[in-house]
Design a protein around this ligand. Sequence first.
Ligand code: SF4
Length: 365
Amino acid sequence: MTHKNHELKTLLDDVNEGHRLTFDEAVSLFKTRDRTSFLIAAAADSLREKRCGEAITWVKNQNINCSNICVNNCGFCGFSCKSGDPGAYELTLAAIGEKAALAASRGVTEICTVSGLHPEYDMDSYLSVYQTIRRHAPGVHIHASNPMEVSYAARKSGCSTMEVLEAFKDAGVGTLCGTAAEILVDDIREIICPGKITTDEWIKIIKESHDCGLRSTATIMYGHCESTHDQVAHLSLLREIQDETNGFTEFVPLSFIHPGTPVYKKGIARPGATGREDMLMIAVSRLFLDNFTNIQVSWVKLGLKMVQVGLMSGANDLGGTLYEERISSSAGASAGEYLDPADMRYISGDLGRPLVERRTDYSPV
Ligand code: SF4
C-alpha cells in the first residue's frame, strides 16, 4: 500500500469511528481520480449500513408542476418559458384537482408541487393550489414550494417569508422542497441563476421553515461551473444548518442535466458531472454529512444503472415514482417520467437488499 493510500485508509477508518470530516479533507476526497475512489465509496457504503441499515427506501409520489411560465431565466433551466412561447402552459385549479384526485386513486402517499415563478402568482395563488390538492387528495402528504417560491410569494403579497410559511402550512403543506439551493455560493449563483435569492436568503428561509415545523429536503445541483471548493462550501452550510435545526429529512444530490440549458449552450458550463463525480458526490456527502440519516440518489438525473452504483456508494433512498416529470426532461434528461417499483425491486434484489416503501418522513408504509 502506498503512503497516500495508507493515509486515505486511516482517514476513512477515522470517519467510520466518528471523526467529522474537515473542509480540506472533503476537498481532497472529491479530487480523488484513481481507483482509490472505490475505497471512498466502500467506506461510505459501510457508514450507510451503520447509520440506516440495509433497506433501500422509496416513496410512491406524484409530481404536479402547475406552470412553466417564469419571470426568471436561470441559465441551467430548460423548463421555463415566457407567456405566449410555444410550449408554455398553466394548469387551471380544476386540472390540478383532477391530477391530485388521480394521484390519490393511484395510492400515492405524497404529492410534490413546484412551478415556474408565474408573473401573476402571489401568496393566494399558491394557497389555492395547496387547498385544491388537499381537497382532492385528502390525507396525501403535500411536499411543496421551496425558499425561492416562498420569497417570491412574500414579495408579491407584501408579507414576511415567515407569514408565507405559516400560511402554506395551514393550507396543508407538510414539508418544503429544499430546491433552489443549486450551489450556495453567491459568485456561482450570479452566473447560473442571477434572478434567484442569495445564499443568505435561502438559509434564512430554510431555517424559518424548520422553525415553524415544516421540515425540508436538502439538495445540491453540481456538475456545471462550480469548483470542488464550492461543492464543499455548500455541504458545509447544509451540515451547519442541520446541526442547528435538525430539520432536513434527507440530502438529494442533483447532477446537472446540460443539453437543453442556456449555460451549456453558451459554453459557460461543462457538460455535466462524470460518473466518477456522481459516485463521489454520493460517497463524500455520506461521509461529510454526519448529521443526515438519508442520502437519496436521483434516478431522474442519473438513470437506473448509475443509481445502483449510488446505492453501493452511500445512498439508502431511491426517491419516488413521480409519474410526471417535466423539469429535468425539459433540460434533456432521458430517464423518463415514471420509475416502476418493479425496476426498483430488480436493482435492490440484485444488491441483495430489501426494498421498503416509505412515507415522506421515512416511516414505513
Ligand atoms: S429554475 Fe425555476 S426559477 Fe429558475 S428559470 Fe427555471 S423555473 Fe424559473
